[in-house]
Write a protein that binds this ligand. Structure first.
Ligand SMILES: C[S@@+](CC[C@H](N)C(=O)[O-])C[C@H]1O[C@@H](n2cnc3c(N)ncnc32)[C@H](O)[C@@H]1O
Length: 440
């Protein structure tokens, strides 16, 4: 498969609700590296500033985008993003490939329109973007930065003017992969093998046995991946788990929302063998992925995954420490998962905040007296962070807040609870973390 076709195939998956990274992983083996890089660049460019591309297309189309077939709309979005952002790629080659794709698809009669509109985008978009870039209008600024306008307004309410502007800018930064080394004894051979494969890797200054890359390779193609020596994980996620482990005084440990098991895997590969770790997750598909991840990294014998609702499940043993990595908007990961920002709404955010505080209240009830609860989200909205914590605390649990230990200059104080990890680097996402101890 060629890069442009692959980008369109992934775009179709993303339109149906998949994560871009997931869609790219699916086609991973069927495509050569240069084509994978092109597909990924086009796909992410299309998602990062989707509202801007729709706005530009609205200027050149005589009918609304949604009146066209979904395949044609995808070709126009991918084409507009590619023409504006991939300046090193020949515009003619891109337009011809997209027109050819529409011609052989379900709506061949729309091929001429794709050709005409994309050629206008190529000629006229730079002037429009220049005007929008200089405009003081908040909506224009949100579109230029690729932030839904309601979210831009929220950040302006939640943060100072400079912080909100910085968050918008950082949300469109190119992210790079970081790796958790599961077998520290192999770290130097791993770095050597990565170097031989042409992948530069160097140690993270923030986390133990974390490596930074200057690229985003296909994980299964990494040396040491099949052996389970490494797991792709952002540095912020690693820092949250390290801060949690620093507060532990033994187990049992419960991870209440364990997803595909990235943090459970970190706990199991770092904690001494006698500390039991139980992991709960609502989605059976994610539990299946978590189990195969535990097999890959060699900790399956110690893992205990259970499928179900964390508001209802009962732990095998009363936990001494709980990590609650709550389901959230993911607004701190928008540079890595840009497609998710267009699926969010203020109403969805409020529903999520209600679930988050209910889950945290449950964690306070379940933890042993004297035990620790760490709440985290990869969100930068206070509604899901301090406000969700505040609502849970009003439930009447007798807890005290604990200080958190993060490396210097990586976090700012929450208002009033917790700390916010700033998404300032290609290897860090925005994260919120707050820690509590239940009084004995
Ligand atoms: C932020 S993700 C967890 C990521 C995971 N901790 C990791 O590091 O791989 C939140 C997870 O909560 C799960 N979830 C949502 N509602 C839940 C519930 N009521 N009970 C248990 N899990 C839930 C979601 O399916 C999602 O996988």
């Amino acid at each position: 498969m060629r890069g442009i076709e692959a980008a369109l195939e992934c775009r179709r998956e993303v339109r149906k609700g998949a994560f871009a990274a997931e869609a790219l992983r699916k086609i991973g083996g069927a495509i050569e590296t240069p084509d994978r890089v092109l597909a990924s660049s086009l796909l992410y460019a299309a998602s990062r500033r989707e509202s801007l591309w729709k706005h530009l297309l609205g200027l050149f189309l005589r009918k609304p985008l949604h009146a066209l077939s979904a395949e044609t709309a995808d070709a126009l979005l991918v084409g507009t993003a590619g023409l504006v952002e991939l300046r090193h790629f020949s515009p003619n080659a891109l337009v011809s490939a997209l027109v050819g794709h529409v011609k052989t698809g379900k709506s061949p009669h729309e091929a001429g329109l794709v050709n005409a509109v994309l050629r206008r985008v190529n000629e006229e978009a730079p002037q429009v973007l220049d005007r929008m870039g200089r405009s003081p209008d908040a909506r224009d600024q949100c579109m230029i930065r690729g932030i839904p306008s309601w979210a831009g307004r929220r950040w302006t309410e939640d943060w100072s003017k400079e912080e909100a502007r910085s968050l918008m800018k950082l949300s469109s930064m190119t992210p790079y992969m970081s790796l958790r080394v599961n077998r520290p004894e192999y770290e130097s051979s791993l770095r050597q093998a990565l170097g031989q494969a042409g992948i530069r890797a160097w140690p993270s200054p923030f986390v133990m046995n974390g490596l930074r890359l200057a690229s985003n390779p296909f994980p299964p193609s990494l040396p040491g991946y099949a052996e389970g020596w490494l797991t792709p994980q952002t540095e912020s996620a690693m820092m949250v788990v390290e801060a949690f482990m620093a507060l532990l005084e033994g187990g049992p440990v419960l991870e209440m929302c364990s997803g595909r098991g990235v943090k459970s895997g970190q706990l199991l590969s770092r904690l001494p063998g006698e500390v039991p770790v139980e992991s709960w997750e609502l989605s059976p598909g994610r539990v299946a992925s978590a189990r195969s991840e535990m097999n890959r990294i060699g900790v399956a014998q110690r893992a205990c995954f259970r499928t179900g609702d964390a508001l209802k499940l009962e732990p095998g043993q009363p936990p001494r420490a709980i990590l609650l990595d709550a389901p959230c908007s993911g607004s701190g990961t928008w540079k890595r998962h840009p497609e998710s920002k267009w699926r969010l709404s203020p109403e969805r955010l409020t529903q999520m905040a209600e679930l988050q505080s209910a889950l945290l209240e449950r964690a306070f009830r379940l933890v042993q007296p004297g035990g620790v609860v760490v709440y985290c989200t990869c969100s930068l909205f206070r509604e899901e962070n301090e406000q969700a914590v505040g609502a849970a605390l009003r439930g009447g649990s007798d807890v005290v807040e604990l200080p958190l230990d993060f490396p210097d200059r990586t976090s700012v104080r929450g208002k009033p609870y917790g700390r916010v990890l700033w998404p300032g680097l290609p290897w860090t996402d925005g994260f919120y973390t707050a820690a509590f101890m239940k009084r004995s």
